[in-house]
Design a protein around this ligand. Structure first.
Ligand SMILES: [Fe+2]
Ligand SMILES: [Fe+2]
Length: 234
């Protein structure tokens, strides 16, 4: 079975190990008590910047986990199109990750808190990327719905060609979306949000995670990514 990695052209053992370490680091560092994150922030003007970076760094770390799942999705959808079997629990796990981790949690943090904080600080909805980013979140939901619908199929017969096509559209969309946020939007946020806005973001991210994901769910996603990575990205 040829392994197709998207968007990267090649995959090495070093890269896989590096990503695994990133994910392990994320799980260890992404959800410390809020007090710990703040205590480590330092003081003075550097403290303001550190607090802001913490909020955006959390989102960047989540992007790394999302990118890993995008690679897995690309491989899984290609296998399905080629007629290879994929365990139902893997498909269910991937779809739950896209729905809960990516959309409810990550996009929720951005739409409900970060983007609103940026607009409150004077960033224009259109020229500041925000309108486009929200539109792209909506497009991502549509592509995930296409994947689910194609898997359910017509009269119980899945449409694997459509699954692969929808997955490819989703991956392409998310890769460029993440790039825009990492290179344009988050650096802008680090520059313009003051310490109060940053601290409030951190508080609200924590609150949203508790409400939308719940206790123990991040560990489940961690285990899922480890499992799927071993199966599909070797
Ligand atoms: Fe986003
Ligand atoms: Fe994002």
């Amino acid at each position: 079975m040829k392994i197709i990695i998207f968007p990267r052209a090649t995959e090495t053992a070093i890269n896989r190990t590096h990503r695994r370490n990133i994910w392990k680091h994320n799980c260890d560092e992404m959800h410390p008590p809020l007090e710990i994150r703040r205590n480590g922030a330092g003081g003075g003007s550097s403290r303001e910047r550190r607090l802001t970076m913490k909020a955006t760094e959390e989102l960047i770390q989540e992007h790394q986990n999302i990118e890993l799942m995008l690679e897995i999705l690309k491989t899984v959808s290609t296998r399905l199109r080629d007629g290879d079997a994929v365990p139902p629990e893997h498909l269910e796990g991937i779809l739950e990750f896209l729905t809960v981790f990516v959309d409810k949690c990550h996009h929720g943090k951005e739409e409900k808190y970060l983007f609103r904080a940026l607009e409150a600080a004077g960033v224009d909805h259109i020229t500041g990327h925000i309108g486009v980013l929200i539109y792209e979140h909506e497009q991502g939901r549509i592509h995930v719905a296409r994947i689910k619908k194609a898997l359910a199929g017509t009269l119980g017969v899945p449409d694997m060609v459509e699954v692969q096509a929808a997955a490819a559209d989703y991956v392409e969309l998310m890769v460029q979306h993440i790039t825009t946020e990492n290179t344009d939007v988050f650096p802008m946020a680090e520059k313009i949000l003051d310490s109060d806005a940053s601290a409030k973001l951190c508080e609200n991210f924590e609150k949203l995670e508790r409400e939308r994901i719940g206790a123990g769910k991040h560990e489940e996603f961690h285990a899922l990514l480890e499992t799927l990575q071993d199966v599909y990205l070797k």
